[in-house]
Design a protein around this ligand. Structure first.
Ligand code: C2E
Ligand code: MG
Ligand code: MG
Length: 635
């Protein structure tokens, strides 16, 4: 380190000789030299020039070296300037005081030049070193504070990062939660869809698809275990349509729900109860110990369903027809089992309903017979317009009489079918088939034309019977044809009939259709002058007060009510109420199915004016009916 170059040394001494020597010596050694002769001047110069070193004489007048040193050390600008005291060798110099005031060294006069220069150099070097250290220290401090600052920023950054991570984690947790909820909802929905695909919505019972699957499993079990027995019951409600038509679909739905519950109580928990649609149910009886158990269950079902149902303030009764079959018949497909259970159920229906039948192979013959009958009916209807000689249909007429004098008031036209090989077939048997197959439509138009011709013939032939009316039965299927009203209008016009001589009989359930559509149609017919009659009145659950809305002229009390008149203590209340209401609405009442004198007398007592039944005459052919009119017969 070169301390001489550029270093500025302030020499303070009151003795000019000393100054001279020092100046000379220091200059020669290459230092810059400033001079002060008093303490005060030294302080001023030091503050102005900030020398690198001060050589300070101790003994000076006014302000001695110590004083000057104290002042320099108490000022911030000059505190760090190294001060070397100069003292005469013999002087008693208080070294301790000197050092305690901040001096770095002392030299004695007379000066030994080498010593002086060596000490000056040493302290200049020390001073420079200190400065360098101080500078390094400073930059270190700066670096430290920069680092601290950086640390703080890092900490802040970390904090922000932590907050961000925390926020993100929260968001993620929330998203995850939402995702889980959606997933649960999706799973629920999937489970619901799966459930819906195999269950009936209304009753919650399993549906046909699931039933068939279960049946397949039973078949598998039976295929590996020849002793394994299972059975299928096919159940169809009796009288459900009447409830549905007369009390409305909501009550119908409620009924189906309660029926489902009752069915479940009749079987074991291992069995399966299904609804196939409408009023059809099926039950799978698994692992039967013996076949007779199925009969016990079927009978239990019949008993349970026979109990009245209380729905919406109505007491409703339905029954059931049950068919059953078992794997003893070696089935290959579920459809075969269901087919045979259905056939057995159909037999139960045919045998008066409200019972169960076990399938036997002979039953299939009956089904084939029905299919054959359907074909034959189809052929017979096709033949209607063609060939009069091979005509299989004819119309019979049953007199409707005044109960007071038993004279003829009119007729009810009743269709007869003479099958080429089977003979007479009851309308009770073929009319439902004709309705199901819609063959009733062409057949109905044929009947209408025939009857209209016949009336017009009778009116011409027997002018005395000018108030004669003939009733024609019209089924609901016919009514639903689009051009029904226009077509009737045309036929009545063509046969030039007074429209009042024609009366259409419609069933109670049709008139109670909850939609106004049928009411409108009835009103149109009425406006055309055609008379209307409600047939089989009382078998549905019709409210009597609905009657006043209907544009009808007549109602026929169903045959089943006439039976009640035979008892010794007859229940006349229902007939009485009908008669009263009808008379207030100016509606005629015809009692249907009068077979005994007893019934006739009771009806007369009640004031019923018109009747029809075997007591007067069975339905007769056209010639006989003509004869009745001709003879003005009194029955
Ligand atoms: P319905 O319209 O209620 O006809 C009355 C049924 O009762 C007739 O049966 C008639 O022969 C029968 N009957 C009348 N008096 C007595 C009696 O004193 N005792 C008994 N036991 N029965 C009596 P039929 O002719 O067998 O007709 C049955 C049903 O077939 C009819 O019931 C009607 O719903 C339907 N039907 C008959 N002819 C036609 C038709 O031309 N068109 C339509 N759509 N249906 C018809
Ligand atoms: Mg009738
Ligand atoms: Mg009737």
């Amino acid at each position: 380190m070169n301390s001489t170059k550029q270093s500025l040394i302030l020499v303070v001494d009151d003795n000019p000789n000393n100054i001279q020597i020092l100046f000379q010596c220091l200059k020669t050694a290459g230092y810059k030299v400033l001079i002060a002769q008093t303490g005060e001047s030294a302080i001023n110069q030091a503050q102005k020039t900030l020398p690198d070193l001060i050589l300070l004489d101790v003994m000076m007048p006014i302000m001695d070296g110590f004083e000057t040193c104290r002042a320099l050390k108490s000022s911030a600008e000059t505190v760090n300037i190294p001060i070397i005291f100069m003292t005469v060798l013999n002087e008693t110099f208080n070294k301790v005081k000197g050092f305690s005031l901040g001096a770095v060294d002392y030299i004695t006069k007379p000066f030994v030049q080498e010593e002086l220069l060596a000490r000056v150099k040493l302290h200049l070097d020390l001073r420079n070193l200190t400065k360098t250290l101080e500078q390094q220290n400073e930059s270190l401090k700066e670096e430290i504070s920069a680092r601290i600052e950086m640390g703080k920023q890092l900490q802040k950054f970390n904090q922000n990062l932590e907050q961000l991570v925390e926020k993100r984690t929260e968001e993620l947790t929330q998203t995850l939660l939402e995702l889980q909820t959606t997933q649960i909802q999706l799973l629920d929905r999937e489970a619901q869809l799966k459930h819906d695909a195999f269950h009936d919505k209304l009753t919650g019972l399993i549906n046909r698809d699931l039933f068939v699957n279960l049946l397949k499993q039973e078949m598998k079990t039976a295929s590996v275990n020849s002793q394994y027995l299972y059975g299928v019951l096919f159940i169809d409600l009796d009288g459900f349509k009447i409830v549905n038509d007369s009390l409305g679909h909501l009550v119908g739905d409620d009924l189906l729900k309660v029926v489902s519950q009752r069915l479940k109580t009749c079987v074991r928990s291992s069995d399966a109860v299904a609804r196939f649609g409408g009023d059809e149910f099926a039950i799978l009886l698994r692992n039967l110990k013996e076949l007779s158990l199925a009969e016990v269950i079927a009978q239990r079902i019949l008993n349970t369903l026979n109990q009245p149902f209380y729905l919406n303030n109505y007491e409703v009764s339905v029954g059931a027809s049950i068919g059953m079959t078992f794997n003893v018949f070696k089935y290959n497909q579920p459809s075969e089992i269901l087919r045979d259970a259905d056939i057995a159920m159909y037999q139960a229906k045919r045998q008066g309903k409200g019972c169960y039948k076990c399938f036997n192979p002979d039953m299939q013959a009956l089904v084939f017979a029905r299919i054959q009958l359907e074909r034959d009916l189809n052929k017979a209807v096709e033949n209607l317009e063609n060939d009069e000689l091979s005509q299989q249909f004819s119309l019979y007429y049953q007199p409707i009489v005044h109960l007071e004098n038993q004279k003829i008031n009119g007729f009810e036209a009743l269709l007869r079918w003479q099958h080429p090989t089977e003979g007479w077939i009851s309308p009770e048997k073929f009319i439902p088939i004709a309705e199901e197959t819609k063959l009733i439509n062409p057949l109905g138009w044929w009947i209408l034309k025939q009857v209209c011709q016949q009336i017009s013939y009778w009116l011409k032939q027997f002018p005395d019977h000018n108030t004669l009316t003939v009733n024609i039965n019209v089924s609901a299927v016919q009514f639903q044809q689009e051009n029904f009203i226009e077509q009737i209008g045309l036929i009545v016009q063509e046969s030039r009939l007074p429209p009042g001589s024609l009366k259409l009989e419609i069933t109670e359930s049709y008139t109670l259709d909850t939609e106004n559509y049928s009411l409108e149609r009835l009103q149109k017919l009425k406006d055309m002058g055609i008379h209307l009659c409600i047939d089989d009145f009382g078998v549905g659950y019709s409210c009597l007060n609905r009657l006043q809305e209907l544009p009808v002229d007549t109602l026929k009390i169903d045959r089943s009510f006439l039976k009640k008149l035979d008892h010794s203590n007859p229940n006349l209340q229902f007939i009485k109420s009908i008669l009263m209401l009808a008379s207030s609405l100016e509606i005629d009442v015809v009692a249907e199915g009068i077979e005994t004198e007893n019934q006739l007398q009771n009806l007369q007592k009640l004031g019923c004016l018109l009747g029809q039944g075997y007591l007067f005459s069975k339905p007769v052919n056209c010639d006989q009916a003509t004869q009745f009119l001709e003879e003005k017969i009194v029955f």
